[in-house]
Design a protein around this ligand. Structure first.
Ligand code: ADP
Ligand code: MG
Length: 146
């Protein structure tokens, strides 16, 4: 377990690579709003809960970092909500309660291996968030508040 991290903000447009290249949409947040949080936390993959005020509370797995495979020059926060949505939610307020850490950021030799690893991360997040210590955070008022 880690010290829980509270991150909120409107969902912004990224490079559109999550869905198109990886088949894994990530709801980007403006990293410059969280530069203190980001500099204090190691790049890598985290998990926790995501609240969208009009839609509900969902499990999420999140990359924090530089996306070495894509050679980004800016650190990003990219949560993949572990839920099927039938529409985009750009501009909506997203609240994240980050409760666990899975692994450091890594580079991958191929897109296939990157995608496989993200799916693995998703399974770890799914399972971990069912454990009582992590499940309890789903009821946090922070996630439900509009
Ligand atoms: P971008 O680079 O603009 O973030 P993505 O390809 O990563 O584009 O897609 C992310 C967008 O897809 C989110 O901003 C959100 O509006 C939508 N979306 C749909 N389903 C999900 C999901 N399960 N998790 C995260 N975002 C999703
Ligand atoms: Mg994205």
């Amino acid at each position: 377990p880690i010290e829980p991290l509270y991150i909120r903000g409107p969902v912004i447009k990224g490079f559109g690579r999550g869905s198109k290249v990886l088949g894994i949409p990530t709801a980007n947040l403006a990293a410059h709003d969280f530069s203190d949080v980001l500099s204090e936390h190691t790049s890598g993959v985290y998990f926790g809960w995501a609240g969208l005020s009009t839609r509900g509370i969902f499990k999420m797995v999140m990359s924090v970092g530089w996306n070495p495979y894509f050679d980004n020059t800016e650190k990003t926060i990219e949560p993949w909500l572990l839920h099927e949505f039938n529409e985009d939610f750009y501009g909506e307020e997203l609240r994240l309660l980050v409760v666990g850490y899975i692994r450091p950021e890594a580079n991958f030799p191929s897109l296939e291996s990157l995608i496989a690893r993200i799916h693995e991360d998703g399974k770890i997040a799914e399972k971990s968030l069912d454990l009582p210590i992590y499940a309890a955070y789903k009821d946090s008022p922070y996630l439900a508040t509009a």
